[in-house]
Design a protein around this ligand. Structure first.
Ligand SMILES: Nc1ncnc2c1ncn2[C@@H]1O[C@H](COP(=O)(O)OP(=O)(O)OP(=O)(O)O)[C@@H](O)[C@H]1O
Length: 319
C-alpha cells in the first residue's frame, strides 16, 4: 500500500529563523497522526510544507505524488488561519467550497457533521468563534477527502463541540480517512491519534503511539495531596515529594502504598484534606521532552508559572 504521506528531510527557513530542521516521517493510509509542540515549534510550517502550500527543501509525497500533482479532491486542508467571505451564510460557504470540486458531499450532511444544522442560514460574521471554526472544518470535508489535514481544528470550540468533532474524526478514521492534525490539547492527541509526533524547535523529537511515549517519557505515577497543616522542612516520609501550588506531590507511589504516604504524613504532623492519584499521561511526556507544561488553554507554559504560588522544591526522601 502506498503511504498517504512521506516526508524526507523537510526543511524551511524564514530569514535567520529555522522553522523546520530536516523532518522525516511517514503516515500510512488510514492512520491518525497528531503533531504537538510549543508555539513556534514548526507545526504549521510542516503542515504547509506537506500540503504544498509553502516551499520547503526535502521530499514530500502524498499518495506517491508530489503535493502539487496529487488530485485536489483527495486532500482536505484546514489551515490555521482561514478567513472566508464573512457575509455568506454557513450553507452558502460550504456550497461555495463544494463547488470548487467536480464532486462534493451533500452540504446538509456536512452541516450536520460539524453540528451547524441550526445555524446554516446565519452569516459567517454573526456566528460565534467556535461556530466559525466548525464552518472551516466543514470546508475541509466537502470533497470527501482521503487525507484530511487539520491545523488546530478545535481551537476556540467549546468542550461539547470539541468532543463532537472528535467523534466525527474517529468515524472518518474508522472509514479509512487518513488524518494529520496539529493540536495544543494533549487529551485530543491521546484520544484520536494512532501516533503522536512532538515538534520542538523545528525538529521531530519523538514520534510514537501515545502509550509508547507515556511509557518512555511519562515518568512515575503521581499522588497529589491537599494538606491541612504547614509542611515541615525537611519532610522525610520515605517517598520523593515535591511542593507545588500549596499541594504536596508524591511520585512513584503504587496504589497499594497510598496508605503508607498518609501514615508518613500523619506521623510528621501533616493532616490530609484530600488526595488524588494518577498515572502519567501525554502532558507529562510533553513536560519531559519540552521542559514546558501544558496550560489550561492547551498552550505550553513554563512550569514555574503554574507554580507561582510556591516554587517547586524537591524534598529528600529514600526511594
Ligand atoms: N511567514 C513567516 N515569516 C517569518 N517567519 C515565520 C513565518 N511562518 C512561520 N515563521 C516562523 O517559523 C517558526 C515556526 O512557526 P510555526 O507557525 O510553524 O509554528 P507552530 O508550531 O505552528 O506554532 P503555533 O503553535 O504558535 O501555531 C516560528 O519561529 C515562526 O515565527
Amino acid at each position: 500500500m502506498t503511504a498517504a504521506i512521506v516526508a524526507e528531510d523537510v526543511a524551511r527557513t524564514y530569514g535567520d529563523t529555522v522553522a523546520l530542521d530536516g523532518v522525516s516521517l511517514t503516515v500510512e493510509e488510514g492512520e491518525v497522526l497528531a503533531l504537538v509542540g510549543p508555539n513556534g515549534a514548526g507545526k504549521t510550517t510542516l503542515v504547509r510544507a506537506l500540503t504544498g502550500t509553502t516551499d520547503a527543501e526535502g521530499r514530500v509525497e502524498l499518495f506517491g505524488q508530489s503535493p502539487q500533482s496529487v488530485a485536489r479532491s483527495r486532500v482536505g486542508l484546514l489551515p490555521q488561519s482561514f478567513d472566508p467571505p464573512d457575509r455568506l451564510t454557513a450553507r452558502e460557504l460550504l456550497d461555495y467550497y463544494g463547488g470548487l470540486y467536480d464532486e462534493s458531499r451533500d452540504i446538509q450532511t456536512v452541516l450536520a457533521d460539524v453540528g451547524l444544522q441550526d445555524s446554516a442560514s446565519t452569516a459567517y460574521e454573526n456566528l460565534s468563534g467556535g461556530q466559525q471554526r466548525r464552518v472551516c472544518v466543514g470546508s475541509a470535508l466537502v470533497n470527501d477527502p482521503d487525507l484530511l489535514v487539520l491545523d488546530e481544528p478545535t481551537t476556540g470550540i467549546d468542550p461539547a463541540g470539541r468532543r463532537a468533532l472528535w467523534r466525527l474524526l474517529e468515524r472518518l478514521a474508522d472509514g479509512g480517512t487518513t488524518v494529520l492534525l496539529t493540536t495544543h490539547y494533549m487529551a485530543e492527541a491521546e484520544r484520536l491519534a494512532d501516533r503522536v509526533g512532538l515538534l520542538d524547535d523545528g525538529e521531530l523529537t519523538a514520534l510514537d503511539s501515545p502509550r509508547a511515549l507515556v511509557e518512555a517519557h511519562g515518568g512515575e505515577t503521581r499522588l497529589t495531596v491537599d494538606v491541612e497543616d504547614a509542611i515541615p522542612e525537611p519532610l522525610d516520609i520515605g517517598f520523593e515529594t515535591l511542593r507545588r501550588d500549596g499541594q504536596l506531590v508524591v511520585r512513584d507511589v503504587p496504589p497499594t502504598a497510598i496508605g503508607d504516604v498518609v501514615d508518613g504524613l500523619t506521623e510528621a504532623g501533616v493532616g490530609v484534606a484530600s488526595l488524588s492519584w494518577r498515572e502519567p499521561d501525554l502532558e507529562d511526556v510533553y513536560l519531559d521532552l519540552t521542559g514546558r507544561a501544558v496550560g489550561f488553554s492547551g498552550d505550553a507554559v513554563d512550569p514555574e508559572e503554574l507554580d507561582a504560588a510556591g516554587p517547586v522544591s524537591t524534598d529528600g526522601g529514600n526511594r
